[in-house]
Design a protein around this ligand. Structure first.
Ligand code: AHR
Length: 425
């Protein structure tokens, strides 16, 4: 423990230098302590220990200088956020649209190699890009039209592009990755200025994103994330925190049924391999893990479709489960399909079977008003304004945050009539 202080780190390690085992690497939570460790090891004649820090500040004896001098093996920039805070404050005051609720700034790894390559160590904005003198051309590859959410998302993207004067090339992937890859390749061929897409699944994008990077076309992830080895293949992600959505669904269910001795839960998962299905499940299980009486007794994918939600629920109910106390559906459409299956099986959705789903789309509010759905966790599809603002900022030379998270709520049947007023989807 050295309280972020160089001298404290040096003193602590000097005091223990006789009792320290062989050390290969030291990770210090800031560069100052890493430097203090280095001074202690130097005084004790201990060399060859790799030191890794964080902050990556410029200036004499800042992390970047310490790497350049060979004192640190690596450091990682920790952007201060000051510039972004002022910029977003000005946007808020000028009532700009598309301002994210939370942003994660881009850390950068600084090593002797990256300094030699000239990789920018700081997060200062890239040189302002020359004004195009024509509308920005955006290629957008959409997942498909599987749900109310997706339809609202597509409408938001198209309307916001028109309002921003951005030329939109829009391709519907019809739920298939190969269609989205073909669309991205067509955007590259057409030399668009920027590509955005909502990946139907997390994996399998490395090659086509490498092609976009090699063509010098930046890619923004909208709504869903990708799992690629090299995260420089995409510029920024904007959308929801799916993990938190899963946690929120579980927290509501635990609160609603905490008095029960045992709660048998059916889970209707979204598209297998998609970021929302993966993360919502993780978030949900993270919460119920602390409540052993809550058990997922059946879990299958309905692929985010209403009719598959119906078919899967019907099959689960016919499988001879002793009972179903609750349903957790990864989206409202599957919940609405499952409601029909529950009713056909003579069960009472919303009372005998508590139902929590995700999206907060119009259909969910209607089901809550009918007393058949209990809670819907919002996943905001209205990403269009945020996407277009990010694109315009980027084209004007702003260094985009690595993640931009939308603002979302949780809606229950008790307040459905009040909360649905004025909603756009
Ligand atoms: O990626 C967001 C998810 O995709 C929504 O929750 C679902 O309705 C849509 O199909």
């Amino acid at each position: 423990m050295a309280d972020w202080l160089r001298d404290r780190a040096e003193d602590e390690l000097t005091a223990r230098s006789g009792s320290l085992p062989g050390i290969d690497v030291v990770f210090a939570q800031n560069d100052a302590m890493a430097y203090g460790a280095w001074r202690a090891f130097q005084a004790a004649g201990r060399t060859g220990i790799k030191l890794i820090g964080i902050d990556g500040l410029p200036g004499p004896m800042g992390g970047i200088d310490l790497v350049r001098k060979g004192i640190l093996a690596a450091t990682f920039t920790c952007p201060t956020g000051g510039k972004e805070a002022v910029a977003y404050a000005v946007d808020l005051l000028s009532k700009k649209e598309g301002i994210p609720k939370k942003i994660y700034l881009r850390p950068r790894m600084v090593t002797a190699e990256s300094l030699k390559e000239g990789t920018p160590a700081s997060t200062t904005a890239p040189a302002a890009r020359a004004p195009l003198g024509r509308p920005i051309v955006l290629g957008f590859s959409q997942v498909g039209s599987e749900s109310e959410w997706r339809v609202a998302n597509t409408k938001s993207i198209k309307n916001a592009a028109a309002k921003a004067g951005i030329q939109l090339l829009f391709e519907d992937g019809r739920q298939r990755q190969e269609n989205q890859i073909a669309a991205i390749r067509s955007f590259i061929e057409r030399k668009v200025d920027i590509i955005a897409f909502s990946p139907v699944v997390e994996s399998g994008w490395d090659e086509v994103l490498r092609e976009a990077k090699d063509a010098g076309i930046p890619v923004i992830l909208s709504d869903r994330a990708v799992d690629v080895k090299d995260d420089t293949l995409w510029l920024s992600f904007m959308g929801s925190d799916f993990l938190e959505e899963g946690r929120r669904a579980a927290r509501w269910l635990v609160e609603a049924l905490k008095g029960e001795v045992s709660v048998h839960i059916v889970e209707l998962q979204g598209t297998i391999g998609s970021a929302p299905a993966i993360d919502r499940r993780i978030g949900f299980e993270e919460v119920i893990r602390d409540y052993p009486q809550f058990k997922i007794v059946a879990s299958e994918s309905g692929d985010f479709f209403k009719d598959q939600g119906y078919e899967v629920m019907k099959r689960i109910l016919a499988s001879g489960l002793p009972r179903v106390d609750a349903l957790f559906a990864h989206n409202d459409d599957m919940a609405i399909g499952a409601i029909q299956a529950l009713e056909e099986a003579g069960l009472k959705p919303g009372t005998e079977v508590k139902i929590v789903s995700i999206d907060a789309a119009h259909g969910a509010f209607m089901a809550m008003l009918a007393g058949k759905l209990n809670c819907t966790v919002e996943c905001n599809p209205l990403l269009g304004p945020q996407l277009m603002k990010a694109i315009q900022d980027y084209m004007a030379g702003t260094d985009l945050p690595i993640r931009m998270i939308t603002s979302e709520g949780v809606y229950t049947a008790e307040n459905a009539r009040r909360d649905m007023k004025g909603r756009e989807y």
